[in-house]
Design a protein around this ligand. Structure first.
Ligand SMILES: Nc1ncnc2c1ncn2[C@@H]1O[C@H](COP(=O)(O)OP(=O)(O)OP(=O)(O)O)[C@@H](O)[C@H]1O
Ligand SMILES: [Mg+2]
Length: 143
């Protein structure tokens, strides 16, 4: 079900939208971030993590190589995961994400998580970003 749809016109606007979105993302939640390479998934996480007091926007970077970034705030931990390079269930298991599922204070934000049935089926929310133009992005929130 579509909960909202908005268009941003710059990276900063996407960060700002992430801040407003954060109120809907109280942990524990598993959120899939969908969209092609460079859509703006990581950019959105900057705003979400900042609004939840987990990290400054500038400190949120892509977990492209490290796969998992953990941002620990006083109340909430944001776990930002990028599964683009993970190809098998076995590789996925080595990341130990299960430890975070049941943590009441953790918000899980997963890029490229839809590749795996456990996330496609188990997600609480999905945020789909579509590139409309050089700097224009449509951001849809789906339950
Ligand atoms: N409105 C916008 N919102 C977000 N990013 C934008 C926007 N306009 C331009 N950009 C640019 O698009 C890129 C988005 O990169 P970002 O790392 O957030 O994408 P991503 O979806 O996480 O990609 P990947 O799958 O490779 O991790 C950045 O270079 C950013 O500057
Ligand atoms: Mg990214």
């Amino acid at each position: 079900m579509e909960l909202s749809r908005t268009t941003t016109h710059s990276p900063d606007e996407t960060v700002a939208f992430g801040r407003t979105l954060a109120a809907q993302l109280r942990p524990p939640k598993l959120v899939l971030l969908r969209g092609e390479l460079g859509a703006g998934k990581t950019t959105l996480v900057k705003g979400i993590a900042e609004a939840l007091d987990a990290a400054a926007a500038d400190d949120v970077t892509s977990p492209t190589f490290t796969l998992v970034h953990e941002y620990r705030g006083p109340r909430i931990t944001v776990l930002h995961v990028d599964l683009y390079r993970i190809e098998t269930e076995r590789e996925l298991d080595t990341l130990g994400l299960e430890d975070y599922y049941n943590d009441r204070d953790t918000l899980l934000l997963i890029e490229w998580g839809e590749k795996f049935p456990r996330f496609a089926q188990g997600r609480d929310l999905e945020i789909a970003i579509t590139r409309l133009g050089e700097d224009d992005r449509q951001i849809m929130v789906l339950a």
